[in-house]
Design a protein around this ligand. Structure first.
Ligand code: CO
Length: 497
């Protein structure tokens, strides 16, 4: 029997514990060692890592990827892709999605884990097609399901989803439990059901230790036949991160389960990251709170990041007395919205709407994001939305019955290139700008100024650690602006993945 491990220190553990502030230069020295560890794959790129490179670390995310590729010639490099949303929260035209996948593979990505927040598979189809089109012999297209619990999310429903992913042509299937609320019992019936239905196709489980269940859940998943689990080197494991790589290795080896892992190497990897972790605790980047167990998510069935976001919003509005009411409101809002999985951006939309319902009255104020959701712009919800509420929010407007992107313009890439002019020196630069316009433009201008020798650092680094690492934490939501009868509300985003 064989169970392999995906190491998440460079992406999810980094994102979950230190808001993705790990610069490439800090971990480059250990990469050649990691290359010998025998992991199934190394998750290292995509989403928040890309954004943080440009926004806080003054790094070109594509250059980072090429560096990873150079130093990890024998490993599978893995990224997380939000289907038609790429790395953000809006739908991009098909041509842009294809170009992004092409460039990702060209610069070194092997495994593309593709998901949609609502599990609307129309939104991952184009990314899959592109992965197949530009695939090398090492490329793996992994179809990923956002795991959640609700009355409509039964084992049968998940099995159906897996069969659909198999039909679509994915190479592997990943269950992504971003909130860490999958219990051992649920893992057992779910994975047995899936394995029975899809045969030899490898199944991967991704979870977080947030609620304390992850190790138990992984052991049950192993019994049920899981092929790959996601783990983090032990000093960056636990809390909101993944279970520890070394711990899972020992447990599996004793049971006679082959992992392909080199014990000596994973110890050296952890020894390397230990002092780095200590540094982040000292400078405040790693909040020890993130390392503890928080069982609240089991009670409320919401990810930890969503709760901290709600607390930040309510504190901002001086309405913390409404916290308990807002928690009670969450399941109602979720039912009204057809039980969306609580992953970004749905977690923020549902949380904010619950808060607004408690402050202004049920759906007296509706964010433009929720309105767009009811219009069908995010995709099909898992179950039908509340029809009366849809009528109240949309009026006579009919929801769309196709993908939101079907009517979008297709010259986005060329337009972005034209706008950037000399600032863009490659297709990769243009793609950075498409994904994160403000951050990329600032980054490219700075790069140009440095090349011309005209760059003046506005703030000479006084305390480099703090300055380059920034401050983690949720962005507060803006207080609602009231004009006439309309209330404008801004949803703040903290990534939950
Ligand atoms: Co995750």
């Amino acid at each position: 029997m064989r169970v392999q491990l995906t190491e998440t220190i460079l992406r999810d553990a980094n994102q979950s514990l230190i808001a993705t502030r790990l610069p490439y230069s800090v971990y480059e020295p250990i990469l050649s060692k990691m290359d010998q560890a025998g992991y199934y794959s190394i998750e290292c790129w995509g989403g928040a890592t890309f954004d943080t490179c440009l926004r806080y670390l003054d790094e070109d995310p594509w250059e980072r990827l090429r560096g990873l590729r150079r130093n990890l010639p024998n490993s599978r490099l893995q990224m997380l892709l939000r289907g038609q949303n790429l790395l953000g929260y809006k739908h991009y035209p098909d041509s842009v999605v294809k170009k992004f996948v092409e460039l990702s593979i060209k610069n070194g990505i092997d495994v593309i884990r593709i998901f949609d927040a609502l599990n609307d598979f129309r939104n991952i189809e184009v990314a899959l097609e592109a992965t197949k089109e530009f695939a090398t012999e090492k490329t793996i297209a992994s179809g990923c399901i956002s795991y959640t619990q609700s009355p409509v999310h039964t084992v049968e429903k998940y099995v159906e989803m897996c069969k659909e992913l198999q039909r679509m042509g994915f190479d592997t299937i990943c269950l992504k439990d971003m909130a860490g609320t999958m219990s051992p019992f649920e893992a057992d019936s779910l994975i047995k059901g899936i394995k029975d239905a899809i045969g030899d196709m490898p199944v991967i489980l991704h979870t977080h230790c947030t609620t304390g269940m992850a190790y138990m859940t992984y052991m049950k998943a192993v019994d049920a036949g899981i092929d790959v689990i996601d783990t983090a080197t032990s000093c960056f494991s636990g809390g909101t991160s993944q279970p520890a790589t070394e711990t899972m290795f020992y447990a599996l080896e004793q049971m006679g389960i082959e992992t392909g892992i080199d014990e000596k190497v994973i110890k050296e990897v952890n020894d390397f990251f230990k002092p780095i972790k200590e540094g982040y605790i000292k400078d405040g980047t790693l909040n020890p709170k993130s390392l503890s167990t928080d069982s609240q998510a089991l009670v409320y069935k919401v990810p930890g990041g969503m709760l901290s976001n709600m607390i930040a919003n309510l504190t901002d509005m001086r309405a913390m007395d409404k916290f308990d009411a807002a928690l009670v409101e969450i399941p109602k809002v979720r039912a009204d919205l057809g039980y969306p999985p609580l992953v970004t951006p749905m977690s923020q939309m549902v949380g904010t709407q619950a808060v607004m319902n408690c402050i202004a009255g049920p759906y007296k104020a509706v964010s433009k994001e929720v309105k767009a959701y009811f219009r069908g712009e995010y995709g099909n919800p898992p179950a039908p939305v509340n029809p009366e509420l849809a009528k109240q929010i949309l009026g006579d407007e009919a929801p769309i019955d196709c993908r939101a992107v079907d009517s979008a313009p297709t010259t986005m890439f060329e337009d972005a290139r034209a706008k950037l002019g000399e600032l863009a020196q490659s297709d990769e630069d243009v793609m950075s700008y498409i994904c994160f316009p403000n951050q990329a433009e600032e980054f490219l201008k700075k790069r140009q100024a440095k090349a011309n020798g005209t760059w003046v650092d506005p703030a000479a680094p006084k305390a480099p650690a703090r300055e380059t690492l920034g401050t983690p934490g949720a962005m507060p939501a803006a207080a609602p602006q009231v004009s006439g009868n309309a209330v404008i509300y801004t949803v703040s985003c903290e990534q939950v993945s």
